[in-house]
Design a protein around this ligand. Structure first.
Ligand code: NAP
Length: 249
């Protein structure tokens, strides 16, 4: 896969799936805009990648931050071809009836409103350019209720609907909008889930998780024409056929 001349903005690029995704796209020739709240981590990664990378501190729960990151992509590289809406949190894991109301809402601000803000900032730029790809990282939690995860399940279900809405409004303008549900991935988020001890996901063995470069490679594949049949949909990396199409098995 050759992404030379393409520009990819990744939210939540300071670690985990987002950092791996930025590395993969960059190694395939793309310009990458790395965003996250941890400024030193994205600056370090940008320095590792080289002159095709920009680090833009950004809290996705603030529209102005993500709008600024899209502007940096346009100013630095002449446009934006791909938005990977990856930033997300799962803490604080807690039962609904004892959840802190403000903290619950902050997860919605990041996982749901943050996805909307990214789409809102990127879609006009992509529409004007005649097309682009927006992929949001979804989860099995978008369609399954899990104990202690009411904030997370609700936010991911909403984000999945945003993918469908953005497809409905953007497809005719050349926008390819999709979701990727990666299964469980060996990242910091799984450490947090394990530490909670709540619900069956926390009981999984570490060896059950896939490495972060698997979703990264799937995201690259989803940007190619080979994945066009999935535009407007969410695909799951638990699906063996998808793994084969991506070249993972
Ligand atoms: P992770 O290692 O904890 O990384 C999360 C990333 O999101 C970090 O880069 C973090 O950066 C960023 N982030 C969090 N809040 C943010 C905010 N307000 N603004 C900007 N960036 C923010 O977790 P991960 O597993 O890679 O998760 C990535 C995505 O995959 C999430 O959407 C998650 O829900 C989804 N997912 C993960 C799994 C899994 O098993 N790991 C499974 C299904 C879906 P800063 O803290 O520096 O801001």
């Amino acid at each position: 896969m050759d992404f030379s001349g393409k520009t990819v903005l990744v939210t939540g690029a300071s670690r985990g799936i987002g950092a791996s995704t930025a590395r993969q796209f960059a190694s395939a020739g793309a310009n990458v805009v790395l965003t996250a709240r941890s400024e030193s981590a994205i600056k370090e990664l940008a320095a590792e990648i080289g002159q095709n990378a920009r680090a833009v501190p950004c809290d996705v729960s603030r529209y102005d931050d993500i709008s600024n990151a899209v502007q940096v992509a346009c100013d630095s590289f002449g446009g934006l071809d791909v938005l990977i809406g990856n930033a997300g949190v799962i803490e604080p894991i807690s039962h609904l009836q004892s959840a802190d109301p403000d903290a619950w809402g902050q997860v919605i601000d990041i996982n749901l409103k943050g996805v909307f803000y990214g789409m809102r900032a990127a879609m006009p730029v992509m529409t004007e350019a005649g097309g682009g790809t927006i992929i949001t990282i979804s989860s099995g939690a978008a369609s399954s209720a899990l104990e202690g995860w009411s904030h997370y399940c609700t936010s991911k279900a909403g984000a999945a609907m945003l993918t469908r809405c953005a497809d409905k409004e953007g497809r005719a303008s050349g926008l390819r909008v999709m979701g990727l549900s990666p299964g469980t991935v060996a990242t910091e988020m799984q450490h947090e889930i394990k530490a909670s001890g709540i619900n069956p996901v926390s009981q999984l063995d570490w060896s059950d998780h896939i490495p972060p470069d698997w979703p990264a490679r799937a995201l690259m594949w989803m940007c190619t024409k080979d994945a066009d049949e999935f535009v407007g949909e969410e695909i799951s990396l638990r699906n063996e056929d998808i793994r084969k199409r991506v070249g993972l098995i």
